[in-house]
Design a protein around this ligand. Structure first.
Ligand code: SF4
Ligand code: SF4
Length: 236
């Protein structure tokens, strides 16, 4: 098992379905094997409405033990609203399965760069004992929710005053949050994630340089091709 990977979260099993069912995240009542591919999960999924994402297909791939699903961008489209969990007539939970798949992908270094967005939340939590919306997320909210949300954000202090709330919502945790994060191995895991992201970015950089070089040699290849245009004549 890779260091800082929780073997209870993604136990090593023969199939994806077994791993999903044995993960500590998964309730014993999970109806993965009872899935009838009705598509109610996809029909109720907000992410599926705007993208090619399909929780039904994710479940199908898991049942077929198709490990290519770990490489798929699809598993990163879910935002844990749990509508699929609520609507499934067979007590299956595509959202839980997606969580296990993401963890498996991360363990294998696939998609680990997606975690960069969330690291800010962990850092802020450790420092202030409270959660926050990461910078890029706040920008997206400004774009999606518009003026009303921006003015709400600007006037947050006065709104809090009006509601009789303290001006600061950050609690003094007396170091308790840090203690919990330390005891649960969060900081070690954070270090591991950062190193993996660096490794991946470096790999991508080298790959891009290699592709550029390939393209250049491709130009020479084109020159060569021009000396032999078309198929040789067919001689009877
Ligand atoms: S709603 Fe449930 S049974 Fe229907 S396809 Fe989705 S997971 Fe399967
Ligand atoms: S939890 Fe994920 S898969 Fe389920 S409905 Fe919401 S976005 Fe879709």
């Amino acid at each position: 098992m890779i260091s800082h990977v929780n073997e209870y979260d993604t136990p090593e099993c023969k199939t994806l379905a077994e791993t999903a069912k044995k993960s500590i995240r998964t309730p014993a009542s999970l109806g993965l094997d009872r899935c009838i591919q009705c598509g109610a999960c996809t029909a109720s999924c907000p992410a599926a409405r705007f993208t090619d994402y399909s929780p039904r297909q994710i479940v199908k791939k898991v049942l077929e033990n198709d490990r290519s699903v770990l490489e798929s961008e699809m598993i990163w489209s879910c935002f844990y609203c749990y509508s699929c969990n609520l609507r499934c007539p067979r007590n299956n939970s595509p959202v839980t399965i997606v969580q296990v798949l993401r963890q498996m992908a991360i363990n294998e270094g696939i998609g680990v760069e997606k975690l960069a967005y969330f690291l800010e939340i962990g850092e802020y939590l450790a420092e202030n004992g409270a959660s926050k919306i990461p910078g890029p997320g706040a920008k997206n909210m400004e774009r999606d929710l518009g003026e009303r949300w921006i003015s709400f954000k600007k006037n947050l202090e006065s709104i809090r005053d009006e509601l009789g709330l303290s001006s600061k919502d950050i609690r003094n945790t007396h170091g308790e949050v840090q203690t919990i994060l330390e005891a649960t191995g969060y900081f070690e895991r954070e270090k591991w994630i950062k190193a993996k992201i660096q490794e991946k970015l470096l790999h991508q950089l080298l790959e891009n340089q290699y592709i550029k070089r390939e393209n250049r040699s491709g130009d020479f290849g084109f020159e060569n091709d021009r000396r032999y245009p078309g198929q040789p004549a067919f001689i009877i």
